[in-house]
Design a protein around this ligand. Structure first.
Ligand code: ADP
Ligand code: MG
Ligand code: ZN
Length: 435
């Protein structure tokens, strides 16, 4: 990036709400089912089939808004966005243009240099997803496209940021932080690979010092955080080359191609007028009160930033350690459970972050599924601390715990490692070597 231009980036992030059934009918939202097995007249858009709003989707949208510090609107409404595309047989999408469920809010990111920045949100609205098009080659004929409507009318929230992001790295960090917060709130698994979190990145450049924004391109189709950063980086470079060459950036939607590492034009960008929005006639307005909102607020867990600050203050952890341990609500819960059994914050943190998270990453599992109960990990750290076993034995015992799910005490007993340790160690076979 030259010093001549400043990137201006605003993200529109779509997140699937993890409800059991779809937003306007009772079809299942389960991912990965046989194509078109989770459909009915409502989500297939048969004329005359009437929608009815799933309250679970409303609850989760409000929870998301509360977790992001938004102003929850007591009165919101649905609108019809009309367009024709084969992934939507009814030729419109039910969304909220004029009166969305949430206004404002913000996301605070931390980068590796320990700096934090806050980006404001414009709004969050509720809408339905479209179906999925599967293009030719692997399925029947290369000349055909196929439609799977299982995803049609899965509930979404769209989180729209203000154009305040200024680098590709910050765009990635913003997405990652959104994922962390929304997982804490329990409203979505935010899995970019499976498409339960998707992002349209709006990117423009302006001369440094210039106030007016430049013309933006909107980039879609990134299926990982890394690709969000790569796509935005590419787009910044592309636009810079155009401007440097004396050209103008076109307002358009572009598709990211991860294999080639480039963005390609998809269509010229529509304006709201093109969609002939009008209030959805088949659904009543969404009206909620303070009790409804406060009840949900009381159900939110402590959020990641507050938990991170507390881990640093109460447990003396470094920023980096507190950041890692609060980056997943289950890591944070696990860690605090282990501390209850043995209150040595730094030592327990080291075991969780190095040994345990290595297993979790290898197995790609939840921290609670790594076969080691928080109490057992605490017990192991304590055994090492008290000198009953060496650090090296600790690691060997840890490996056996992962395999068997047994407690350290059981393993020590089984392998006859109890406290007259030198002697005991000599008689060990297999995994343990005397030191
Ligand atoms: P649309 O829904 O038509 O894409 P919006 O005006 O609602 O348009 O903006 C969508 C996103 O684009 C927002 O996140 C906003 O911050 C961002 N945005 C708007 N103008 C610009 C710009 N000139 N450069 C970069 N991002 C922009
Ligand atoms: Mg857009
Ligand atoms: Zn249905």
């Amino acid at each position: 990036m030259s010093t001549k231009y400043e990137p201006v980036i605003g993200l529109e992030v779509h997140v699937h709400l993890n409800t059991k059934s779809k937003i306007f009918c009772s079809c299942s939202t389960e991912f990965g089912g046989q194509a078109n097995s989770q459909v009915c007249p409502v989500c297939m858009g048969f004329p005359g089939a009437l929608p009815s709003f799933n309250e679970e989707a409303l609850r989760k949208a409000v929870l998301a808004g509360l977790a992001l510090g938004c102003d929850i609107q007591k009165y919101s409404r649905f609108d019809r966005k009309n367009y024709f595309y084969p992934d939507s047989p009814k030729a419109f999408q039910i969304t909220q243009l004029f009166m969305p469920i949430c206004l404002g809010g913000s996301v605070t990111i931390d980068n590796e240099r320990g700096e934090s920045k806050t980006f404001n949100l414009t709004r969050i609205h509720i809408e339905e997803d479209a179906g999925k098009l599967i293009h030719g080659e692997n399925l029947g004929s290369a000349n055909s496209s196929y439609v799977d409507l299982n995803r049609s009318s899965v509930p979404l929230i769209e989180i729209v940021s203000e154009p305040e992001i200024r680098s590709a790295e910050d765009a990635r960090l913003y997405m990652q932080k959104l994922q962390i917060i929304l997982r804490y709130a329990g409203v979505s698994d935010c899995n970019m690979e499976e498409g339960s979190m998707r992002c349209d990145a709006n990117v423009s450049l302006r001369h440094i010092g210039q106030e007016k924004f430049g013309t933006r391109a909107e980039v879609k189709n990134m299926n990982s955080f890394r690709n969000v950063q790569r796509a935005v980086e590419y787009e910044i470079k592309r636009q810079e080359e155009i401007l440097e060459g004396g050209g103008v950036v076109r307002q358009e939607t572009r598709l990211w191609d991860a294999t080639k590492g480039i963005t390609m034009p998809m269509r010229t960008k529509e304006d709201a007028d093109d969609y002939r929005y009008y209030p959805e006639p088949d659904l009543p307005p969404v009206v909620i009160d303070d009790n409804y909102i406060n009840d949900l607020r009381s159900k939110l867990p402590e959020l990641p930033d507050s938990r991170k600050a507390r881990f640093m203050k109460d447990f003396g952890l470094s920023f980096a350690d507190a950041y890692l341990l609060t980056s997943d609500i289950d890591y944070a819960n696990y860690y605090e459970e282990a501390l209850k059994a043995y209150n040595e914050p730094k030592k327990v943190a080291n075991w969780v972050m190095s040994e345990l998270l290595r297993i979790v990453n290898d197995k790609v599992c939840n921290i609670y599924q790594a076969n080691i109960a928080p109490k057992s990990l605490a017990e192991l750290v304590q055994l090492i601390d008290s000198g009953a076993i060496s650090g090296k034995q600790g690691k060997e015992i840890f490996a056996l715990m992962v395999e068997s799910g047994k407690t350290p005490a059981d393993i020590v007993k089984e392998h006859n490692m109890a406290s007259s340790k030198k002697q005991a160690l000599l008689s060990l076979s297999g995994n343990f070597s005397p030191r």
